[in-house]
Design a protein around this ligand. Structure first.
Ligand code: SF4
Ligand code: SF4
Length: 368
């Protein structure tokens, strides 16, 4: 049975060092030996201050880096944001400042190595640094996600796909959330992190995972050796069925996880966490697909007043479904695969997922 630890967390460097250190001690730090290369993978989605609940808090990353430095490891901290400038992200997220003075390499993933992650995806490019590390430490953030409902431990490892190749893989897995979840699971298994800690001191609820969400204080760190077990525990904590976290469901189906978890800590159910509303992307007959995509299924919409025409959304869009003039942006909904990368990257929270009225009527009164 896989053990998952739930501990109280606070953004205070000394307390964070103590709690994260105790968690790693309890998980069994023997996976890392003196001189080993340790790769810490936080969630550095975008240039956002730590108090926005969007990035893994730098105090947790520092605490974990110090823990492994004290054990004689060589420590690197890396992620691969899809579009934003890495230097800007680490400055605004407080990483540059907090890791100053530590013998830590802070750099974005650059090179990839093709790895066969199994059917149906075959060979895909994963960061060389992550694959060649002796141990990957997965420091995820508890956030809602307009496409996948939640982003937790397993999904954080998708960041090991380098930069602009991420939306390309979103595109290849199409509009099917289950297939995308399977892709996430198989990438997680290929990278095989030694430990996962999810930063849920300040989580993100609502229309996450970017600036459309709202930070929510939960005051928790949740960790274990197996991210499937960690994610399952978080689903329970938030009052969900584990199968609602599609990576969890996939891991169970693929027999990569037996679903048995021993929770060590206070599993106090949170009943009022705000989730994004999702609806099916593939309902209705094939011939009506274009109509459904425009008028029925949930879609990204932009607030013209907030949009600064910065270009990050149309740069990242894997389906090339966003156009613009000199005043606003437009979506081609029949092309859009609803990956919500545009919501993730928008630095001005100008895009949100919206269900059309017809979709609401369909879902509430016709489909069921
Ligand atoms: S919607 Fe957001 S990301 Fe897209 S151009 Fe406007 S401000 Fe930039
Ligand atoms: S418009 Fe947004 S949600 Fe649609 S495919 Fe492009 S990035 Fe994804």
């Amino acid at each position: 049975m896989t053990r998952v630890l739930i501990r109280k967390g606070i953004y205070d460097q000394e307390k964070m060092r103590r709690v994260a250190g105790e968690m790693l001690d309890e998980m069994g730090p023997e996976k890392v030996a003196y001189g080993d290369k340790v790769l810490i993978k936080p969630n550095l989605l975008m240039a956002a201050e730590p108090d926005k609940g969007i990035v893994t808090h730098p105090m947790l990353t520092r605490a974990v880096a110090e823990y492994f430095l004290d054990r004689g490891a060589r420590v690197q901290v890396s992620d691969s944001p899809a579009v934003s400038n890495f230097d800007k992200i680490i400055r605004i997220a407080g990483y540059k400042e907090i890791l100053k003075g530590l013998d830590v390499k802070l750099t974005q993933f650059q090179e990839s190595v093709d790895v066969d992650i199994g059917e149906p995806f075959g060979s895909i490019p994963i960061s060389r640094d992550a694959l060649e590390a002796d141990a990957v430490i997965n420091l995820a953030k508890l956030k809602t996600h307009a496409q996948m409902y939640l982003t937790l431990g397993v999904k954080n490892i998708f960041g090991c796909i380098v930069g602009l190749r991420k939306p390309e893989w979103h595109m290849r897995s199409g509009v099917d959330r289950m297939i995308f979840a399977q892709l996430l699971v198989q990438i997680y298994e290929a990278v095989a992190p030694a430990y996962t800690i999810v930063d849920a001191v300040l989580a993100l609820e609502g229309q996450g995972p970017g600036k459309g969400g709202q930070s929510r204080h939960l005051g928790l760190l949740i960790g274990g050796e197996n991210a499937h077990a960690v994610d399952k525990t978080i689903a329970t904590l938030l009052g969900l069925e584990p199968a609602q976290v599609l990576t969890c469901l996939n891991a169970l189906k693929l027999s990569l996880f037996d679903g048995k978890v021993h929770v060590d800590g206070d599993l106090h159910i949170i009943n009022d966490f705000k989730f994004p509303e999702l609806n099916s992307l593939s309902m209705g007959p094939e011939s009506l697909n274009s109509f459904m995509r425009k008028y029925v299924i949930q879609k990204p919409v932009a607030e013209s007043k907030s949009c600064k025409l910065c270009g990050e959304c149309w740069t990242i869009c894997p389906a090339k479904a966003i156009t613009h003039n000199n005043r606003t942006i437009y979506f081609k909904y029949d092309k859009c695969i609803r990956c919500y990368c545009c919501i993730e990257v928008c630095p001005h929270a100008a895009i949100r997922a919206k269900e059309p009225l017809l979709g609401y009527i369909w879902r509430r009164y016709i489909k069921s």
